[in-house]
Design a protein around this ligand. Sequence first.
Ligand code: ADP
Ligand code: 5GP
Length: 205
Amino acid sequence: MKRGILFIISGPSGVGKGTVSKALLEGSGGTMVFSVSATTRAPRPGEVHGREYFFVSEEEFERMIEAGEFLEYMKVFGRNNYGTPRRYVEEQLAMGNDVLLDIDVNGAMKVKENCPEAVALMLAPPSMKELRRRLENRGTEEQEAIERRLAEAKSELSRMGEYDFVVVNDDLQTAIEECRKVLEACKLTPAYCKDFVSDLINEDF
Ligand code: ADP
Ligand code: 5GP
């Protein structure tokens, strides 16, 4: 059986990572699963423990670090901690499911260091004005947090060269389609076909 694809989506806050991820997961027919991160930030209205995040205390987050439970972890925006629990990701990949990570730029590069076959996609906004509009319209952050996230956006985008793919999230349906095409193409790369091909080489004629 082929291993699943470890698919990372990053991009500035408000660019649409959550929206695009949801569509990819819903359209996958169960072959793609979401890696639920642990975070010390407070839940937004409507967020459910275990669905968007595992909302944990600082103490629990520290315990998870000490126990080696994270594939990567990071302090984002100088305030909250976020981390990717390792076990779920490894189990799902081994079962042949694709695993989607919505994580920041530093986390993405850390994952690629540990798992070089991971595929990293940067989602970019069509313009900075539109990025502000989306963050403000979402209405989930105070103005100060919005400004802090916008200030981070340019440095995040400047690291685009470290990614394997870039998709501009202007029209939502087009962006979703482009992400799907990336996933399809990744399934045809040697990194994802290597187990199949090594079995083939061991077969008798
Ligand atoms: P992120 O997860 O990157 O922080 P979200 O998925 O929460 O971003 O999207 C931020 C806001 O932008 C949401 O209100 C969402 O409905 C909206 N949005 C996402 N993609 C688009 C798009 N292509 N066009 C217009 N609005 C969008
Ligand atoms: P938000 O608070 O808006 O949900 O997320 C803030 C930022 O943290 C986003 O860039 C998101 O991709 C990132 N993030 C979420 N989970 C993780 C994680 O487990 N690890 C890392 N490194 N970043 C994460």
